[in-house]
Ligand binder design. Sequence first.
Ligand SMILES: [Zn+2]
Length: 60
Amino acid sequence: MSICPKRKISKARRNARRANWKMSAPNLVKCSKCSELMMPHRVCKSCGTYNKKVVVEVAQ
Ligand SMILES: [Zn+2]
């Protein structure tokens, strides 16, 4: 037999649990080359560099 919860979780308890997750603003860092705001550990959107090397050509 598989494990089973001993008691039913009431609607209030279940809804209170689900009400406690919210959106958070993304963490942004400045690009080391063009100082544009970008997501960390990702290729820069505006100059196409990662770790000070050009990895993607940005179409202008
Ligand atoms: Zn950049």
